[in-house]
Design a protein around this ligand. Sequence first.
Ligand code: C5P
Length: 294
Amino acid sequence: MTMEIREKAFAKLNICLDVTGKMEDGYHSIRSVMQSVSFGDDITIVPKDKGGYYVQSNIKYLPTGEKNIAVRACRLFRQETGLGPEHALIIIDKKIPICGGLGGGSTDGAAVLRALNREYKAGLDKAGLEAMASKLGSDVPFCIAGGTVFAEGRGDRLTRLTPLPESPVVICKPDFTSSTPDLFAALDRIKIKVRPDTDGLIDAINKGDLMEVARRMFNVFEDALTKNRKTVINGIKSRLLDLGALGACMSGSGSAVYGLFYSGEQARTAVEILEGEGIESFYTVTSQELDLSV
Ligand code: C5P
């Protein structure tokens, strides 16, 4: 029987996202509260006798080789620990919309590291895995951590916050994709006029006050969008609010927009209505700390 290693790769949301400067290496410093949700990709790693690392997925244009972060995660894990398969097929059942600002790539990379650490008994703790994850990308350490986290630096300096109570979320995916480097560059060309109240948001989270959390959802990237795209994002945000969301904003560099709800029933109805209006929408809930077996 072939050994198969399975792992869930959860999507992330940015409840607030501020870009505070540009560092010498070209990366930007950010301040963001990140939140994982229970919706995500399913990863299966099948060790093989030959063939290197390669990906198969339900999405035609997903890279199958070195360009796929899941492949890079396998290689990095083996380089750093000497453990893990030398050859493997990685099956990605992709449910998270691509280029949506939902950490779809980062979370696949994190899931591979988590799964290999567990199955090959490498014994890395969360901090060790997060350090390895930061070599794969800025959002990957958060995807190891999961839950409700304040991220600083390039997104990899993490402080765990009181977990947000499990809350319904509606994620909408407009039919354009957004490139993270392009949007950072667009942000460099404008002056950020309004910034999130990050400290107020952290206070609200630590008090467990969902209304105050929702009031402070804010993403500076929305201002860097082209006029047409901004109109689309604002249109979806106001539909989410009409349909009962307590707050709504774009996640990461977009283009996904989400609404935070109090009532699961209202959120499910919102999904039906938005789908009826031709807006790809998903129901999920915020999830607390990931169950990381090390
Ligand atoms: O770290 P990651 O590979 O996910 O970043 C992708 C790109 O996004 C970087 O090459 C950089 O252009 C931009 N970025 C940035 N500042 C960050 C995170 C990402 O400028 N904090």
